[in-house]
Ligand binder design. Structure first.
Ligand SMILES: [Zn+2]
Length: 249
């Protein structure tokens, strides 16, 4: 099992980062983090922890330390971005910061591309930011602390610019936040060679449908995912017809 520590940025006393129409970064990134956790856990291949699961105050160094002391294989710090402009009508997109001490450039580039495409914003790409005092260390304390503590792969993801109204509209949309989490999970799965489909744990209903599929009683693979739909009379009929035809033929 790969250990993934997800860090929803800000929270608690730190709730000042907001969009022009009410998006709050602390809440948005917590939601994305919880969704990402669900996606990763569902594969059965990851052990996942969050630095905070509620609206709690947490220092940046403490977050990086949590990842390192837990022995995380990967640390994902979730943020949304701000341009610093009084009125941001121009700057949008996804950017990902990797550690100056790690070779996560390709992973970071892939993550930025996947997130940007998932919600239809600009792909700014992967970056590194050196500390002003020491060019061999990271500017971002959360990255620096995790890397100094031995975490092998570190990404700080700025999914979109919450101070831009077009990007903010995406961040306020529950479906888009789900798309961001799905895109992030897919990149992490690919990185570790985890197949999202194969590793997916089936519930008892899905197992029954899978068995019917394996026996050749049904031929439509999508029915495994449909097993949780409440009305199943049509499905029972379909099985009966299929068995009838098989026994007769
Ligand atoms: Zn932030």
């Amino acid at each position: 099992m790969y250990k993934i520590m997800i860090d929803p940025g800000h929270g608690g006393k730190d709730r000042a980062n907001r969009g022009p129409t009410g998006y709050v970064e602390a809440d948005g990134v917590l939601d994305i983090s919880l969704k990402l956790k669900d996606e990763l856990v569902a594969t059965g291949a990851f052990e996942v922890k969050l630095t905070r699961e509620t609206d709690a105050t947490l220092g940046v160094r403490a977050r990086g330390k949590m990842a390192a002391s837990w022995g995380a294989d990967m640390f994902i710090s979730e943020h949304t971005n701000s341009s610093g402009l009084a009125s941001n009508t121009t700057v949008r997109g996804t950017e990902v910061y990797t550690s100056v001490d790690l070779k996560d450039d390709a992973l970071g580039a892939e993550m930025a591309k996947a997130v940007a495409e998932s919600i239809g914003t600009k792909n700014i790409g992967a970056k590194k930011r050196k500390s002003n005092n020491n060019p061999e260390e990271d500017y971002y304390a959360v990255i620096d602390e995790a890397q100094d503590g031995g975490v092998a792969h570190i990404l700080l993801i700025e999914s979109a610019f919450h101070d831009n109204k077009d990007d903010e509209a995406l961040l306020k949309d529950d479906g888009k936040r789900a798309a961001i989490a799905k895109a992030q999970a897919a990149v992490i799965c690919k990185f570790y060679g985890v197949s999202v489909e194969e590793e997916k744990k089936l519930n008892w209903r899905q197992k029954i449908v899978q068995e019917a599929l394996d026996l050749g009683l049904i031929t439509d693979k999508t029915w495994v995912d449909k097993a949780d739909e409440t009305s199943s009379i049509w499905f029972v009929c379909a099985i009966a017809i299929s068995m009838y035809k098989k026994l007769k033929g």
